[in-house]
Design a protein around this ligand. Structure first.
Ligand SMILES: Cc1ncc(COP(=O)(O)O)c(C=O)c1O
Length: 355
């Protein structure tokens, strides 16, 4: 099977693809409600939460919008050290919120001390942070940020984008005190695109009750009202939910800790390979993603030529994102990718570099 080492959409297991081919049943039926309920219950384990997991027929950006639209009346602090954090800031501004950007260099992690200082000064209702910046391969210290914020402004809601890490890296929503953690189907969970998942705390839903103009499609309170009846306000993405049901069984059968360890071992393998080839990582040590490694293109590799070479072998990697195009390249190792696949890729890259 060919492998895509790109950070989404990723390869989907055949059995999971097949699950989508199940015949339709009415979504307002006992049969489907049972599936909807068990999927959201199983998904709670991925988030390490006792709170509800909501499903949306959208990509992850839909829940970025829902987060700011439902949980902020006015002021939100956006921690920005990459393209997707910046997009979340734009989403907040375009939803009419007073968003303040707390900017870091893209090759620096979000600093808990600076976040705490900004929150202490600012009267923010919430802050947004990206756990795994897919544009840079940075894993931000969300646990430490949450704890620093709690110490100075305990009422600030902590909203986390875990689009490219959830199920590939451990994110303990409840233990870390997070209020909304959102993700997309087409990344580490390894489903086709089109479904978003978000775990939402009780206090976040309480806050939503005080926020006006929450809209309709992404109104968290309306979603919760329907979820309590194992349903959704509008027609759910049923085929993707059938696939998620199957994929959650596969993920839980692998075991979450084993899954996290597999991702972390693959990240380490890619980092060591890069080191051995005089290529350094974009993200500093201690903050490197478990699901996507961003390597500085210090050998001026022609990345499109490299990808042409790799595609002949049924593989592909990703160029750098936005301003990092050609300056960096990204090797994703998430979802169904196994260490043997990483070895095959790195051997092919080795062959290319020796040409
Ligand atoms: C970290 C991160 N956040 C948000 C998004 C947007 O997600 P979606 O395309 O599912 O809306 C992406 C997409 O690559 C991402 O990597």
């Amino acid at each position: 099977m060919s492998r895509m080492f790109v950070p989404g959409p990723v390869d989907v297991d055949d059995e999971v693809l097949q699950a989508q081919a199940q015949p339709m049943i009415p979504h307002r039926s006992k049969e489907f409600e049972e599936i909807f309920r068990r999927v959201s219950e199983k998904a709670q384990q991925l988030f390490f939460t006792r709170y509800r997991v909501l499903l949306s027929a959208s990509s992850g950006t839909g829940f970025q919008e829902a987060a700011v639209r439902n949980l902020v009346n006015k002021k939100v602090l956006s921690c920005v050290n990459g393209a997707f954090a910046d997009r979340w800031y734009d989403v907040a501004v375009s939803n009419g919120k007073k968003a303040q950007k707390l900017a870091f260099e893209w090759d620096e992690p979000v600093d808990p001390g600076r976040v705490a200082a900004a929150v202490k000064a600012g009267g923010f209702e919430a802050l947004t942070i990206v756990h795994n910046e897919t544009s840079t391969g940075m894993q931000n210290p969300v646990k430490e940020v949450a704890s620093a914020v709690r110490a100075v402004a305990p009422d600030t809601l902590i909203l986390v984008d875990a689009v490219s890490s959830l199920s590939g890296a451990k994110i303990e929503m409840d233990a870390w005190g997070l209020d909304m953690v959102l993700t997309s189907s087409q990344k580490a969970i390894a489903l086709p695109p089109g479904l978003a998942l978000a775990a939402v705390s009780d206090r976040a839903l309480e806050k939503a009750k005080t926020v006006e103009n929450r809209g309709w499609y992404f109104d968290l309170l309306l979603m919760e009202k329907h979820r309590l009846k194992d349903s959704s306000p509008a027609t759910p993405a049923m085929s993707l939910i059938f696939a998620l049901d199957r994929q959650l069984d596969r993920i839980l059968a692998e075991g979450l800790e084993k899954r996290f360890a597999r991702h972390s071992a693959m990240a380490k393998r890619v980092q060591e390979w890069a080191d051995a080839h005089d290529l350094s990582m974009y993200a500093p040590e201690g903050y490197r993603s478990q699901t996507v490694t961003t390597v500085k293109n210090e050998r001026n590799i022609d990345l499109s030529d490299l990808n042409t070479f790799l595609k002949q072998r049924g593989m592909r990697i990703a160029n750098g994102y936005g301003p990092l195009k050609n300056i960096t390249f990204r090797i994703a190792h998430m979802g169904e990718i196994q260490m043997g696949d990483v070895d095959t890729l790195l051997e092919a890259m080795e062959e290319y570099l020796q040409k």
